[in-house]
Design a protein around this ligand. Structure first.
Ligand SMILES: Nc1ncnc2c1ncn2[C@@H]1O[C@H](COP(=O)(O)OP(=O)(O)OP(=O)(O)O)[C@@H](O)[C@H]1O
Ligand SMILES: [Mg+2]
Length: 262
């Protein structure tokens, strides 16, 4: 991959959580989670990160978003990530999480929620007409009619809510979306529609995706390349085809042997 094509470069990233037992009165313990993780995502690439529960996938996503400290280096579109740059980075990287019911205020109207990133993060005022135009564009991108603007979140199905979460992430025209188990709280057919929406967004907008999942089948279906994480380390990276058809690492072979999902 040429340097100019790289959108996200994670270089030698390690992190440790400090935990303290007994409600904060116990002994402090350092818990290493990420262990020298490196990976590259190209502009417009769909990249899958797969691994069993607790291996560190969400933690890596949080490092990329600048939410937690780490050692090593994360370069996003040529800029080094650090926690002070979070607002700048928000225009390039956005996130979608597992449970849209937890991340969207149920009492708010869809239009208000979609406009929120424009109020918060842009560094310039957007006039009302501009905001409404962007909301309509994004509703179209996520496959909902313009009339959904005036619906309240608690009137929506869980699949529609996940579309709105994706819409909120799209408002500022990011280049990369980190999707952390985005279909795990959906039933299979609704989940498949959301995967197809990600694929359409990738094709129509050239959007890159870091798709995090514990399900190797989903990752194989959606992604160009895959990294397999095990106990905080990347044990294998390759095209989806290569990882699926000729896994190199023993852990990946075990995953495939137990029925293709972790
Ligand atoms: N805020 C925190 N404080 C202390 N330990 C944490 C914290 N968040 C996560 N951990 C621990 O770090 C490890 C990695 O967690 P992480 O959530 O990144 O895993 P994951 O791969 O996303 O798992 P899952 O598939 O269940 O979402 C786990 O052992 C978890 O218990
Ligand atoms: Mg997780």
């Amino acid at each position: 991959m040429k340097e100019t094509e790289s959108l996200l470069s994670i270089r030698d990233v390690s992190n440790t959580y400090t935990t303290q037992g007994f409600g904060g009165f116990g002994r402090k313990e350092e818990k290493p989670v990420l262990d020298h993780v490196s990976l590259e995502i190209a502009q417009g690439e769909i990249f899958g990160l797969v691994g069993e529960s607790g291996c560190g996938k969400t933690t890596l996503g949080r490092c990329v978003l600048g939410l937690i400290d780490y050692e090593g280096e994360i370069i996003i579109d040529g800029l080094r990530q650090d926690r002070k740059r979070r607002k700048v980075m928000a225009k390039t990287v956005q996130a979608v999480f597992q449970d849209p019911s937890a991340s969207l205020n149920p009492a708010k109207r869809v239009g208000w929620l979609l406009e929120e990133p424009l109020r918060q993060k842009t560094g310039r005022p957007w006039d009302k007409r501009e905001r409404l135009r962007r909301v309509d564009e994004v509703l179209d991108l996520i496959g909902l009619e313009s009339a959904y603007k005036s619906r309240r979140v608690n009137e929506l199905s869980v699949g529609q809510k996940q579309r709105i979460s994706i819409g909120c992430a799209l408002m500022l025209r990011p280049r990369l979306i980190i999707a952390d188990e985005p279909v795990s709280s959906l039933d299979v057919s609704v989940g498949a529609q959301i995967l197809n929406l990600f694929r359409d967004l990738h094709e129509n907008l050239g959007l890159a995706l870091l798709f995090i999942s514990h399900n190797l089948d989903l990752v194989y279906y959606l992604c160009d390349r895959i990294a397999v994480m095990y106990q905080g380390r990347i044990v294998e990276t390759g095209t989806a085809e290569a990882v699926y058809s000729s896994p190199k690492h023993e852990y990946t072979r075990k995953l495939l042997a137990v029925g293709l999902s972790l």
